[in-house]
Each structure stands twice: as structure tokens, then as C-alpha cells.
Design a protein. Structure first.
Length: 269
């Protein structure tokens, strides 16, 4: 007779991968990376906000099948750091509050219904699905214990994140609370290179201004030296003139003492 071996929670495996690709095409991949990267950057200075992309979320201890891998998730109240997966019971029981899914042509209605049911069941506060092929965004917000659809998503501001969705153009544009746009890696690189060029240009201008200031200071010092020398020459000349005048007056006085008028060079009568 076979003996049944019961698994304990420590024996149960929670794989870090579900064997599924992160994305099915470049467009979906770009949007997943853009959402995750910009959200992570938004909260880089907040140690208690965890942001991840394509990370398995195990919602219930002892049931490795109760899992989902959102394209992007945000968890408030949990520290940053490496995780092979997000095991909710090891995270103070906190479920991700905001979840994003980016559709690809391979996504089926049944799959998306299953994801919605999972997020609804496990307490997600905000859930967004973006279809980049058709530029279509759907959103749900938890109300009265259930995820309920956002009626007007264009211009909608996420209550948790403060980001705003704009569907008025050829593709979705997401704005941060400060009004700046979510940028792709290439756009960020362009911004970095532009900033680097501007910094280099500013450094060159500063160096040129410094050289000009040094030249001006040298020219000013030379002008002051020349003025000082001119004043010295003028003072010396004036001193010599005064000395000559004094000597002339002394000679004139001596001549007068001898009875000679120095102005007429004739003896006085």
C-alpha cells in the first residue's frame, strides 16, 4: 500500500518564471519597458514603493497556481530590492495596488478575462490595459470592493500615481504629475545627449568668458599701472617745477639784496 506524502509550505515550489515570453513583438516590448521604467523613475527616491515588470505575483501561500505576471506593477508600502517573484504573504500581505497590461495580437479574450478576475479577486486598486496596435486604453478603479470601469479614460488621472493619460494623438501619451512625458529609452537617450551637448556648450562658453575676464583683468591692471606711472611722472615734473621756481625766487631775492632788479637786470636807483 502506497503512503501519501503531504507537502508542507516549505516543500512547495514557486518558480520565478512561467516560461512565457515577456512580449510577443517589439511594439508591446517597447511599451512594457516604457511603463515600467518611467514608473520606477518616478519613485526612485521613495524607498517604500516597489515597481516591477513581468514579475510573477504569487497571491496565496500554498497555491503556486494562483499567480499572475503583470506587464508592470506598482506596490506602495514595500521596499525596493531584488525579487525573483512577488510572494504576497512575504510582503506583509500587500497586493500590488496598480497593474498594467500591454496587449499583443496573441492575447485572447479568455486570457484577459482570467487576468481581470485575478486582479479583481486580489484587491488591485487600479488596472489598465493598453492596446498599442489600436491605440486603445481601458481602465478600472476599485469601488465598493470591485474593479469598475473608468467611463472617460482620455485625460483621466490615476488616483494612486497622479499620471494622466492622453489619447488625443496617434498613440498614447502618459504625463507624470509634474507634466513631463513618459519617454522611451531612445527619447531618454536623445534627452541625455542634448543635455550633454548643452552642458558642453555651457562649459565652453564659461571657459571663453573666464579667458575674457582674465584678459580684461590684465588690461585693467596694465591701464592702472600706466595711469599710476603717468601720475608719478606728473608729480615728479610738478616737484621739479616747484623746485626750479623756488631756486629762481631765492636767486631773485639775492639779486635784490645786491641792489639789482632781477626783472630788468639793472641796478636799482
Amino acid at each position: 500500500m502506497a503512503t501519501k506524502v503531504e507537502q508542507t509550505p516549505d516543500d512547495i515550489l514557486y518558480p520565478d518564471s512561467d516560461g512565457q515570453p515577456m512580449a510577443e513583438n517589439t511594439l508591446q516590448f517597447r511599451w512594457i519597458v516604457t511603463l515600467q521604467g518611467n514608473l520606477d523613475a518616478m519613485y526612485r527616491d521613495d524607498a517604500n514603493v516597489f515597481v516591477a515588470g513581468d514579475l510573477l505575483w504569487y497571491a496565496q501561500e500554498g497555491d503556486p497556481g494562483e499567480r499572475m505576471a503583470p506587464d508592470a506593477l506598482v506596490v506602495f508600502g514595500r521596499p525596493k530590492g531584488y525579487r525573483g517573484s512577488y510572494m504576497q504573504w512575504k510582503e506583509a500581505g500587500i497586493a500590488p495596488q496598480v497593474v498594467f497590461e500591454v496587449l499583443s495580437p496573441g492575447n485572447r479574450r479568455e486570457e484577459m478575462d482570467r487576468k481581470f478576475a485575478f486582479y479583481d479577486r486580489h484587491g488591485v486598486e487600479e488596472y489598465y490595459i493598453y492596446d498599442p496596435d489600436f491605440v486603445r486604453l481601458e481602465g478600472w478603479r476599485r469601488s465598493e470592493g470591485r474593479l469598475r470601469p473608468v467611463s472617460q479614460i482620455n485625460g483621466y488621472v490615476s488616483p494612486r500615481l497622479g499620471i494622466r493619460f492622453d489619447l488625443s494623438g496617434e498613440e498614447l501619451v502618459v504625463f507624470r504629475p509634474d507634466g513631463s512625458k513618459f519617454l522611451t529609452f531612445l527619447e531618454l537617450n536623445d534627452e541625455f545627449e542634448r543635455a550633454a551637448r548643452e552642458r558642453q556648450s555651457a562649459l565652453q562658453e564659461a571657459a571663453a568668458a573666464s579667458e575674457q575676464a582674465i584678459r580684461y583683468r590684465r588690461e585693467t591692471e596694465e591701464a592702472r599701472r600706466q595711469v599710476a606711472e603717468a601720475h608719478e611722472r606728473e608729480a615728479s615734473s610738478q616737484a621739479k617745477s616747484e623746485a626750479a621756481t623756488q631756486r629762481a625766487e631765492q636767486l631773485a631775492a639775492r639779486l635784490r639784496a645786491l641792489g639789482i632788479d632781477p626783472d630788468t637786470e639793472a641796478p636799482a636807483s
